[in-house]
Design a protein around this ligand. Structure first.
Ligand code: GLN
Length: 543
């Protein structure tokens, strides 16, 4: 039967609870245990799909097409375990399920209340499909003390009681700040945060203390005695130069040993962290570096492109180079000659995006990459912009655009209302609500033998990648675009949806309709990022 580790956060947000959970998952895995990670988010949106990247950062998409919190991306990157719809729930989703049941009469006339109906629904969500696993790590979003997270805390308190300490453990992440005027690390915020948890009936078993320097033994002792935890269970979560060093650091602090001790499991066999040491060594000792321009819209908010930044780092690991990211707001390229700013980069990436603002600047960046033979990777919206650029500047279709921006003369990118998924036809309607009109999740694509995409993917005939978009490159323009030099090197199995485009006469130019960054791992860099960074290295004439 699965053991449950509940991870809460206190003091302030942004302490890295997602990475902490992912790192613990990686450590338990390195001990030979099976793990699954889950996140419960206290907001009322049913999922983050309709939330602006400004508000919530990236929307991470799973194979089964669920739009989830970006922490699920960390879980997958650290453990390699593919997440599903069951691994992320929000207050909005829990309530909508409970209210739907109430409308159906499932509660047989009972008064429907937060306790027990909402808390029961939360407990079911936590326990769902966990049979046969060694560990389930459940991260509670938000900070203790927030009104919104109370039902989640109540639910895990009850579960802890029902499962008993042999099958449940509470880990609380707090901040231990260094106060320069006192010359000391301060434990008071941690003490207060633990009091908040105790108020809702949860006694943490372990404290993970985020700090910028080692915690002296005396302070550790103080935290332990004030907060009622073993001194060995006060774990310093030190700031790291790379997130991939976090599992190693937690292990050195004794975190996994202490978790095993809590569950009465042996401290054996010896842990194998070689994969993490190799990754960290590659990041810390690069043999040169390349500069990649990312030309997009939400450039001042790095969380909106979390997986993308990580995947580029993975491409760097694969080629043993550092990857310097130059985030450029595409609107600046709408001024004459501004695009020359791209002169000194070794690769240009146009990422996913929505809406018309800044598109002319993206198209200018694509043109620069094509004409100046700079390695180019276009992702989703980036591929659509590359197709529009080709149509306008090479295929003699000056009115080419996407119907995403309104009706246009030559819709080389447009809304498709039905397509095949396996043997089934899926449909969407222009008028249906925003939450339900996207092509989401894993779809297969066939690669054209001999193409750069096919080479890059190690000559695989068929691949599967994750999607999140409404519009498609219109296959009816294929001949016209191919005559202009573009190659359609990846298509959906029915041949109707363009999935990959490239220019055979360019050193490295690929556009993909899907999001390869979602599947890249530090220990298994995605082939497209490996290939793109390798091309950037050649561009920089490092090899
Ligand atoms: N806005 C485009 C579409 O909906 C691209 C989406 C994306 O880049 N994820 O098709």
């Amino acid at each position: 039967m699965a053991r449950f580790v509940f991870i809460t956060g206190g003091v302030v947000s942004s302490l890295g609870k997602g990475i902490a959970s992912a790192a613990l998952g990686a450590l338990l895995q390195a001990r030979g245990y099976s793990v699954r990670l889950r996140k419960l988010d206290p907001y009322l949106n049913v999922d983050p799909g309709t939330m602006s990247p400004y508000q919530h950062g990236e929307v991470y998409v799973t194979d089964d097409g669920t739009e989830t919190d970006l922490d699920l991306g960390h879980y997958e990157r650290f453990t390699g375990v593919a997440a599903t719809r069951a691994d992320n729930a929000t207050t909005g989703r829990i309530y909508s399920e409970v209210i739907a049941k109430e409308r159906r009469g499932d509660y047989l006339g009972a008064t429907v209340q937060v306790i027990p109906h909402i808390t029961d629904a939360i407990k079911e969500t936590i326990l769902y499909e966990t049979e046969g696993l060694d560990f389930v790590l459940v991260e509670i979003g938000g900070t203790v003390g927030d009104i919104e997270s109370l039902p989640f805390l109540e639910a895990i308190r009850q579960l802890g009681n029902e499962l008993g300490p042999e099958r449940s453990m509470f880990v609380h992440l707090t901040l231990v700040p260094y106060i320069p005027s006192a010359g000391e690390l301060k434990t008071k915020p941690t003490q207060h945060s633990v009091k908040e948890l105790l108020n809702v009936g949860i006694q943490p078993d372990m404290l993970l203390c985020r700090c910028d320097r080692p915690i002296p033994q005396s302070q550790r002792q103080k935290i332990a005695s004030f907060c009622n935890v073993r001194p060995e269970a006060v774990i310093a979560a030190l700031d790291m130069d790379t997130i991939y060093a976090v599992p190693i650091s937690y292990h050195e602090e004794g975190m996994d040993r202490e978790v095993l001790r809590h569950f009465g499991l042996p401290d054996k066999p010896e842990i194998d962290l070689s994969r993490w040491h190799e990754i960290v060594a590659a990041i810390r000792n690069p043999e040169g570096s390349v500069r990649i321009a990312i030309v997009g819209k939400y450039m001042n908010l790095r969380d909106s492109y979390k997986s993308l930044a990580e995947a580029l780092t993975h491409g760097g690991i694969a080629n043993r180079v550092g990857v310097e990211l130059d985030w450029v707001d595409s609107e600046i390229f709408e001024q004459p000659n501004a695009v020359e700013r791209l002169e000194d980069v070794h690769g240009i990436l146009v990422p996913g995006g929505f809406g018309e603002r800044g598109t002319e600047g993206k198209i200018a960046a694509v043109r620069f990459a094509r004409e100046r033979r700079v390695p180019f990777l276009g992702i989703c919206f980036g591929m659509q912009m590359a197709v529009i650029e080709c149509a306008r500047n090479l295929a003699g279709l000056p009115g080419a655009s996407s119907t995403e921006f309104g009706p246009c003369e030559t819709p080389v990118v447009g809304l498709l209302t039905e397509w095949m998924r396996g043997n089934e036809i899926e449909r969407r309607h222009e008028g249906s609500n925003l939450g339900g009109t996207m092509r989401l999740g894993a779809y297969p694509a066939r690669l054209e033998p001999g193409s750069l995409a096919w080479e890059t993917y190690g000559k695989q005939a068929e691949i599967s990648e994750r999607h999140r978009h409404r519009y498609e490159v219109n296959i009816h323009y294929r001949n016209r675009l191919e005559a202009a030099g573009l190659r359609f090197s990846g298509l959906s199995p029915d041949g109707l949806l363009p999935e990959i485009i490239e220019y055979p006469d360019h050193p490295w130019f690929i556009g993909v309709q899907f999001h390869p960054e979602l599947k890249s791992k530090p220990f298994a860099p995605h082939p497209l990022f490996r290939g793109f960074i390798a091309a950037a290295v050649r561009q920089a004439r490092l090899v």
